[in-house]
Design a protein around this ligand. Structure first.
Ligand code: RFL
Ligand code: PHB
Length: 392
C-alpha cells in the first residue's frame, strides 16, 4: 500500500487529521490497532475549549456536538465547605466551554470517515516506522495475523502516550521531559442526572474530587486516590460516601446517587517530547505530550496540534511550501508548555500531597483564596481554562 500521509492511531488526533486532509484533497490512511467498538467506548475527556468546537465545526464534524453539547458559562471551586463561581465569559471577554464526551467525538469522526472518507483500518497494529529521514518512510503493521507495509510521503504519529511513533526517533534526536504525580484518579460514570449545572473542582483534606457530566442524565465523577489503587477495592457505596464527604458544603446541596456503569483508575503524569518532528515523521496529541487531566487540556491540545499539522501538510503537499511544517514543532510546543504549566498548577493546588504538612495545606488554601478574592487572579485561571490563543 502507498499513501501521501500515513496516520498511526485512530483517536481524536488521527481521525480529525484524516478528515482535514481529506477535505483538502490529500490522500491518507489511518491505522488503528483496536476495534471500532473499543475506541468508541474508551472513557476520557469531556471539556472542550471554544477553539476545539470551532475546529470540529470547520471539519464538518460538529452536527451532533452543536445539537447535544452543553455550553457552560463557568466552573465552581469548592474548598473550606464553601462554593465559588468562576464566571468564564465575564473574565475572558465572552468565552465559554462545552461539555461533549470524547467518545461522542470519536463516534462522529469514525462514522464520517467510514461513510465517504479515506481508509480507516481497525485491528491494524503498527510495530515500526522505518527511515523517517528518507523521502519515503515505511510503516509496518500487523493485521489479522499478517504483516503489511504502508509506504508514505509523510507519517503522522497520532498513537497516544503508549504508541510506538516516539520510539522511531533515533537516540539523540529528541528529548522527553517527564513528571509523575504521587496520586491517581478513580473515574466513574453514573446513570444519574448531574447534581450541578457546572463542573465542580473540590479541594479538601480527604483529597480532590471533580464533578463533571456527559449529558443531562449521565454524571462523570472523579476522586483522588493513592497510586496503585485497584478500582475493585471501591464498591459503589464507598465511592458515593467518599464523594459526599469531599463535596460537602455549609449550604443546601445534595449529590444525586445512581447506578455506576464504569470505573477506572488513571495515573497522573506530565510528559513532553521535544521536538515533535523528525524528518518526515510528525507527532501530534498524546503521542507528543500528556498533561494531568485537572486542567482538561489533553484533547484540546491534540486538536490544536492537528489544525496546524493539517495546514502544514496541505501547504507542503499541494504547493511545496514547507515553511509552516518547518515551524510546526516550535509553534505547537509553546502552547503545550503553557498548558502543561497550567495543568501542573491546578493539580498541585487542588490535590492533597501524600506527605503534605499543615504548611502545604495553608499554601493551597491561600492560592484558592487569592483566586476567589482577586479578579486579576481569577481572570488568569479563566484565560487558561477556557484556552489560550490557538497557534494559527
Ligand atoms: P489517544 O486518544 O490515546 O488515541 C491514540 C490512538 O492510537 C492507537 N494506537 C495505535 N494504533 C496503531 N498502532 C499502534 N502501535 C498504536 N498504539 C496506539 C490507540 O489505540 C488510540 O486509539 O490520543 P489522541 O488522539 O492524541 O487524543 C488525546 C486524548 O485522548 C487525551 O489527551 C484526552 O483524553 C485527555 N483528557 C482530557 N482532555 C481534555 O481536553 N479535556 C478533558 O476534560 C479531559 N479529561 C482526559 C480527561 C484523559 C483522561 N484519562 C483517562 C487519561 C479525563 C481522563 C480521565
Ligand atoms: C471530564 O468530563 O471527564 C473532565 C472534565 C474536566 C476535567 C477532567 C475531566 O478537568
Amino acid at each position: 500500500m502507498r499513501t501521501t500521509v500515513g496516520i498511526i492511531g485512530g483517536g481524536p488526533a488521527g481521525l480529525l487529521l484524516a478528515r482535514l486532509l481529506d477535505r483538502a484533497g490529500i490522500d491518507c490512511v489511518v491505522l488503528e490497532r483496536r476495534t471500532r467498538e473499543y475506541v468508541e467506548r474508551r472513557q476520557r475527556a469531556g471539556m472542550l475549549e471554544q477553539g476545539t468546537v470551532h475546529a470540529l465545526r470547520e471539519a464538518g464534524a460538529a452536527e451532533r456536538l452543536d445539537a447535544e453539547g452543553l455550553v457552560h458559562q463557568g466552573i465552581e471551586l469548592r474548598f473550606d465547605r464553601e462554593r465559588h463561581h468562576i464566571d468564564l465569559p465575564a473574565l475572558t471577554g465572552g468565552r465559554t466551554v462545552t461539555i461533549y464526551a470524547q467518545t461522542e467525538i470519536v463516534k462522529d469522526l469514525v462514522a464520517l470517515q467510514l461513510a465517504d472518507g479515506p481508509p480507516l483500518l481497525f485491528g491494524a497494529e503498527v510495530f515500526a516506522v522505518e527511515r523517517p529521514e528518507s523521502e519515503a518512510p515505511v510503516v509496518r503493521f500487523l493485521r489479522q495475523g499478517r504483516e503489511e507495509t504502508l509506504i508514505c510521503d509523510w507519517v503522522a504519529g497520532c498513537d497516544g502516550f503508549h504508541g510506538i511513533s516516539r520510539d522511531a526517533f533515533p537516540a539523540g534526536a529528541g528529548r522527553s521531559y517527564a513528571h509523575e504525580y504521587p496520586y491517581s484518579w478513580l473515574g466513574v460514570l453514573a446513570q444519574v442526572p448531574p447534581s450541578c449545572e457546572e463542573l465542580i473542582y473540590a479541594r479538601g483534606e480527604r483529597g480532590f474530587a471533580l464533578h463533571s457530566m456527559r449529558s443531562p442524565s449521565v454524571s462523570r465523577l472523579y476522586l483522588q486516590v493513592p497510586n496503585g489503587t485497584d478500582a475493585g477495592d471501591w464498591p459503589d457505596e464507598r465511592i458515593w460516601d467518599e464523594l459526599d464527604a469531599r463535596f460537602a458544603i455549609d449550604a443546601d446541596w445534595t449529590l444525586n446517587r445512581g447506578p455506576i456503569t464504569a470505573k477506572s483508575v488513571t495515573v497522573m503524569r506530565s510528559h513532553v517530547h521535544e521536538p515533535m518532528r523528525h524528518g518526515r515523521l510528525l507527532l501530534a496529541g498524546d503521542a507528543a505530550h500528556i498533561v494531568p487531566p485537572t486542567g482538561a487540556k489533553g484533547l484540546n491540545l491534540a486538536v490544536s496540534d492537528v489544525r496546524v499539522l493539517a495546514r502544514a501538510l496541505t501547504d507542503v503537499c499541494l504547493s511545496g511550501d514547507a515553511q509552516l511544517l518547518d515551524s510546526y514543532s516550535e509553534l505547537c510546543l509553546k502552547r503545550v508548555w503553557q498548558a502543561t504549566r497550567f495543568s501542573d498548577d491546578m493539580t498541585k493546588m487542588l490535590h492533597t500531597q501524600p506527605n503534605g504538612d499543615a504548611f502545604d495545606h495553608r499554601m493551597q488554601l491561600a492560592r484558592l483564596r487569592r483566586i476567589t478574592a482577586s479578579r486579576h487572579a481569577a481572570a488568569e485561571l479563566a484565560a487558561n481554562y477556557a484556552g489560550l490563543p490557538l497557534p494559527l
